[in-house]
Design a protein. Structure first.
Length: 101
């Protein structure tokens, strides 16, 4: 969905390293270094001065739900949780309410 939502996605090196470590441990993840729409770049300067928009995993899932690209968020969050994604009960409740689930 990221490639559909954004022309370019900029990842800090630490995120690229985490994704690569997941791939090497057997988790089905793309090689982000090979994706033409992903750029790995160390942060520099103040994000506010760069006029960048930041969106996290939950924001992407909510957008996909609102746009009708996915029918439900809950199964995806369950999958992410099994992969080690951490989410507080309060945040989960808020996301489910916002998503109408």
């Amino acid at each position: 969905m990221l490639a559909e939502f954004y022309e370019t996605v900029i990842l800090p090196p630490a995120v690229g390293d985490e994704l690569e470590a997941g791939r090497m441990s057997g988790v089905h993840l793309p090689d982000v270094r090979a994706l033409p729409w992903v750029r790995i770049q160390a942060p520099s300067g103040s994000p506010a001065a760069l006029k960048l928009t930041f969106t996290g995993t939950l924001g992407i899932l909510l957008r996909a739900k609102v746009e009708g690209r996915i029918p439900q968020i809950r199964p995806l969050l369950g999958h992410l949780t099994r992969l080690g994604f951490r989410l507080s009960a309060n945040t989960l409740t808020a996301i489910m309410k916002h998503a109408g689930e």
